[in-house]
Design a protein around this ligand. Sequence first.
Ligand code: NAD
Length: 365
Amino acid sequence: MKKDTFRDELVDNYLERINLDSKIKSYFKNKNILVTGGAGAIGSNLTIALSKIIGDGKVIVLDNLSATQDGSPWNLINKPNVMFVKGDIRSDRDLKRVFKERVDIVFHLAAFFANQNSVDYPETSAEVDVLGMIKLLEISTLSEVEKFIYASSGCAIYGSFPELPLKEDFISMHLTTPYQINKMTGEMYCNYYMHHFGLDIVNCRFFNSFGPGEIPGQYRNVIPNFIYWSMNGRQLPITGDGSETRDFTYVLDLVQGLIKSAYYKEAIGENFNLAAGREISISDMAKQVQKVTGNEIEFLYKERRKWDTKPRLLASIEKASKLIDYKPIIDFEEGFKANLDWFKLFEKEIEKSSDFPPGMSAAVK
Ligand SMILES: NC(=O)c1ccc[n+]([C@@H]2O[C@H](COP(=O)([O-])OP(=O)(O)OC[C@H]3O[C@@H](n4cnc5c(N)ncnc54)[C@H](O)[C@@H]3O)[C@@H](O)[C@H]2O)c1
């Protein structure tokens, strides 16, 4: 496996397998597409995929590189039709800079990630995920972009104890973190900009993404952190009893959903889940991590974090399948292998960028 072509090849292989309709490819041809948060876990994968279908168009990545410890953009793909602007969605100047490029479509993925981070820094969470987003919606409206696709979150919308599988017509007002509140607010602002100004928006509700591109860190998801700790021979902490389930979704399946969301007219003004539509328990996932990394240390069981009130997560993907022909194709084992290969290949870079600052997180306090 070669470092400089690894992620490119994964995306090529994926696009070949889903066999994107030629109508979708021609819709994207020569478009200028803004991906906020394009250096992040999901955004970097989306950027690679878009760069392959836009022809003479341009992907403009706006990212402040705040998600990693060293602020290095190594995770971002270097291609002639990808333009990287280091900047902040909260800055009018940075927004003007990127919208000068005549943006046709916006994929809004930048966020103050995620639950625990927002518990520790509630004001920054609102500044980025609400105020920053309003600025972006405002300039997108004024620039008359064709589509505004928003990365919402299933964990934000459905609260703690809804019926499974989670369907789009149920929403909860009982949210447990500022992140969840702000992600839901983001959806409501999208709806507002559509109804009041006619901006064509789509609310995509992601579930537990995993795959190449997600750097571990204090505030990151469980899979990259478990792989990282296990590769380093450390004990895996399970907050709860391990029977909790999540709908872990391979990142390129989310990318498929995003691309189709921008293309299908039926998606405009809608909200829908993008997930794998299967449940995997935390202990099964952790056992798999240990097996492939040769780690036999017993798990360390800890109390669930106060905000972590969801014993199970499973999404219905019926609506996305009907509206945008969404079909996740990667099973957990295959996605997990790709994730692990990426970790092994980029071990040194990941070590430098992973963000585990010293001191106690509010999770432990
Ligand atoms: N990863 C998941 O499991 C998941 C689940 C549900 C929803 N989402 C949503 O999907 C989106 C992408 O998630 P991800 O996992 O790729 O997160 P990520 O943290 O890897 O990527 C977000 C990117 O946004 C950038 N960013 C943060 N604040 C910014 C700002 N003020 N201005 C410009 N850039 C900024 C970060 O540097 C980072 O590169 C987020 O909106 C997230 O809320 C993710």
